[in-house]
Design a protein. Structure first.
Length: 155
């Protein structure tokens, strides 16, 4: 049996598709607790692995190293140190901040992993690795990671 594969002799038509999708996903039991604590109590929670004792923020259901299920929640102060950052100057329609803005990895005290979030109340030309930060929560919180408006230098 032979297959007739049509030859493409013409230039293909290229269509530019601009896509914007709105959809809802469940954040799961672990994500729900994490976001509810931020929304209701302005508390950032980590979750601790029973085997290697690492504390993950944002939390996840299983330790990626031990594969153990994690269920021990740890309330963090929310304060931490900046370990990395970038300045975003190119606007993207889905990003909630106006450019230019800074986006960083914050190592919260008591956590073993870094958490990505916006930096605010900072001079974009004078951000230093290691600067101490604390979260600024929105007044109206809805159960989103953006209930943390940004992290600012802590006094
Ligand atoms: Zn572990």
């Amino acid at each position: 049996m032979s297959h007739n594969i049509p030859e493409i002799s013409e230039e293909p038509v290229i269509a530019e598709v601009v896509s914007h999708s709105n959809f809802q996903v469940s954040v799961g039991a672990t994500g729900t607790k994490f976001l509810k604590e931020i929304r209701d109590n302005k508390t950032i929670m980590g979750i601790k692995c029973p085997s290697c004792k690492k504390v993950y923020v944002p939390p996840r259901s299983h330790c990626p190293i031990c594969f153990d299920r994690m269920s021990e929640w740890v309330a963090l102060s929310g304060k931490g140190s900046l370990t990395s950052y970038t300045i975003v100057r190119y606007p993207e329609p889905y990003m909630p901040k106006k450019t230019p803005y800074a986006y960083g990895i914050i190592q919260l005290d008591g956590a073993d992993t870094g958490m990505a979030h916006f930096l605010g109340e900072v001079d974009l030309d004078k951000i230093e690795i290691g600067v101490r930060l604390e979260p600024v929560f929105k007044e109206e919180r809805e159960g989103s990671i953006l209930d943390i408006d940004y992290f600012k230098p802590s006094s």
